[in-house]
Design a protein around this ligand. Structure first.
Ligand code: FES
Length: 150
C-alpha cells in the first residue's frame, strides 16, 4: 500500500487537505484503512499520526479492518430509533450472529451502524450491500439473513 500512497500523492499532492481524498482512495483500493497505514499516510502528507487517526476514527464510513462478504448497515439515528430501531438491532445481532460494529468470524457478514439514510418516515431502515431496505421488522430481518447467508 505504501507504493499506492506514494503514487497517489505524486498525482494529487501532499497537503493536509488531501487527507480525506487519500483515505477514500485507500479504502476503494483495498477495502479498509488499516491501523498500520496511519504512520505511512501521516508521513506522505506531512501531518501527525494523531491527525490521521482522528479522521479515520471520526468518520464511520472508514473501515479499519476488512469487511465481510456482505455488509448490513442499520440506521441508529433518532427517527429509526423512535420507530423500534433498538429492538430491531438486538434481533439483527441474534439473526445474523454478529455484534454491531463487527464482522462474523466466518467473514460472511459485517453489521454496522449508519446515521440516517434520508428515509426517516419509513424506518427502521437498513442498507444491505448498499441497497436500502425500509420498515425493517422480524420478517424483513429473516429475508435479510437468508440473503446474506446467515
Ligand atoms: S433516522 Fe433512520 S433513515 Fe433517518
Amino acid at each position: 500500500m505504501e507504493d499506492f500512497i506514494n503514487a497517489w500523492t505524486l498525482r494529487h499532492g501532499r497537503s493536509r487537505d488531501k487527507l480525506l481524498p487519500l483515505l477514500h482512495a485507500i479504502q476503494e483500493e483495498c477495502g479498509y484503512v488499516g491501523d498500520g497505514l496511519v504512520p505511512v499516510i501521516a508521513r506522505a502528507l506531512n501531518i501527525s499520526r494523531a491527525d490521521v487517526h482522528g479522521v479515520v476514527t471520526f468518520y464511520h464510513d472508514f473501515r479499519r479492518a476488512p469487511s465481510g462478504r456482505h455488509i448490513v448497515k442499520l440506521c441508529r439515528a433518532e427517527s429509526c430509533q423512535a420507530r423500534g430501531g433498538t429492538a430491531i438491532e438486538a434481533q439483527a445481532v441474534q439473526r445474523l450472529g454478529v455484534a454491531m460494529g463487527q464482522t462474523r468470524a466466518d467473514g460472511q457478514v459485517s453489521l454496522e451502524p449508519v446515521y440516517c439514510l434520508g428515509l426517516c418516515a419509513i424506518g427502521p431502515n437498513a442498507l444491505v450491500d448498499g441497497r436500502p431496505v425500509a420498515r425493517i421488522d422480524a420478517a424483513a430481518l429473516g429475508h435479510i439473513a437468508a440473503e446474506v447467508g446467515a
